[in-house]
Design a protein around this ligand. Structure first.
Ligand SMILES: O=P(O)(O)OC[C@H]1O[C@](O)(CO)[C@@H](O)[C@@H]1O
Length: 334
């Protein structure tokens, strides 16, 4: 599937994936979320979201030594990333992948199958379906943990007949939010990115997933030099280098809004991805997000906007975004 087709396919892919999700049980204890690249960023967003609802969860890079958590989610859309396959904790493992015949599906104790259909080489459908699956799983496990009971294995259809798994967020509403994000005006954003020598991508909380995957995807698609920062960390020194050749992509409604006006003072151009109502300013492109009341659902919506920016920049630069130049012989197991 080509990159722009993958972007456009997401409302349908998310609906299909949600409809077939089978969620495993949880009996308490530390949860490790492990991945690399896009899947590590999804793990970071999910760990942040899950901890905020009381689940003890940590994101671990697949390249790190294994941590013995009660349960380890091994996240890999392809199910073929060498580092994820090499991560071998001694306790229960659950693979989250789009490929039931993959090495990862065979290696793990249990399987969550995304069933999100074809993906583009620079991930689109698989990444957002991963966030959705982690959102539904977190809701399912949180509801049981806060009631002091074990979460049984469940399915989307078995949960309550709709798309809610205990948080009140109805995941069947997500495709419509994504459709709205697919037509949200982008203004001068891609011009600001195309002109930049360096692009800083900054966010906090669950949206660290969007900063991480956004920074990666803008490199893979628009071939932009990006650097990824967590908002509070950014304020502690990394922004000292900002100048007229930098563009900041700021994602969020909180400190990120003030940060946008602060960095404009340095001549830096800003793309602000937010649900907040903000005052227009020179060199500021505001992309207004549809509201999503769940952090991981919002991360999906944010990422769709960043994908569109990546594609607009690629088109400006005459790039096809149809694969990787660097061979993947040692990073993907066949
Ligand atoms: O989720 P997977 O399939 O393990 O992929 C992880 C990463 O590997 C890549 O496919 C590159 O090898 C990235 O695009 C992706 O983010």
């Amino acid at each position: 599937m080509k990159f722009p087709e993958g972007i456009a396919a997401q409302p349908a892919a998310l609906a299909t994936s949600l409809g077939s999700l089978k969620l495993p049980s949880y009996e308490g204890g530390l949860i490790a979320l492990v991945g690399i690249g896009a899947s590590e960023y999804a793990a970071q967003g999910a760990a942040s979201a899950w901890r905020s609802t009381g689940l003890p969860a940590v994101a671990i890079p697949a390249s790190a030594p294994p941590l013995d958590a009660a349960v380890t989610l091994l996240i890999s859309e392809s199910g073929r990333s060498a580092e994820v396959l090499a991560y071998k904790p001694s306790s229960r493992t659950i693979a989250l992948t789009n490929f039931p015949g993959s090495p990862l599906a065979a290696a793990a104790d249990e399987l969550i199958l995304l069933n999100s259909g074809p993906d583009s080489p620079v991930y689109t459908t698989g990444y957002t379906a991963t966030l959705q699956a982690l959102g539904a799983l977190g809701d399912h496990w949180t509801a049981a943990a806060s009631a002091g009971v074990s979460a049984p294995a469940s399915t989307a259809a078995a949960s309550n007949g709709a798309g809610s798994f205990g948080s009140g967020f109805d995941w069947t509403s997500l495709p419509a939010l994504v459709s709205a994000a697919l037509v949200a005006p982008l203004g001068a954003a891609s011009a600001y990115l195309d002109e930049a020598r360096v692009v800083d991508v900054v966010a906090s909380g669950v949206s660290v997933a969007t900063a991480g995957e956004g920074g990666l995807l803008l490199r893979e698609s628009g071939r932009l030099h990006t650097a990824v920062h967590e908002t509070r960390n950014y304020l502690h020194g990394p922004m000292e280098i900002l100048d007229q050749q930098t563009t900041c992509v700021l994602i969020g409604d909180g400190r990120e809004v003030q940060l946008a006006y602060d960095v404009l003072e340095y001549g830096t151009k800003v793309v602000l991805i937010t649900t907040a109502d903000v005052e227009p300013a020179d060199n500021l492109a505001v992309i207004k997000l549809p509201e999503a009341s769940n952090g991981l659902a919002r991360a999906v919506v944010e990422m769709v906007v960043v994908q569109r920016l990546g594609w607009e920049v690629a088109q400006r630069r005459g790039l096809k975004v149809d694969g990787f130049r660097h061979r993947q012989s040692d990073t993907k197991v066949s």
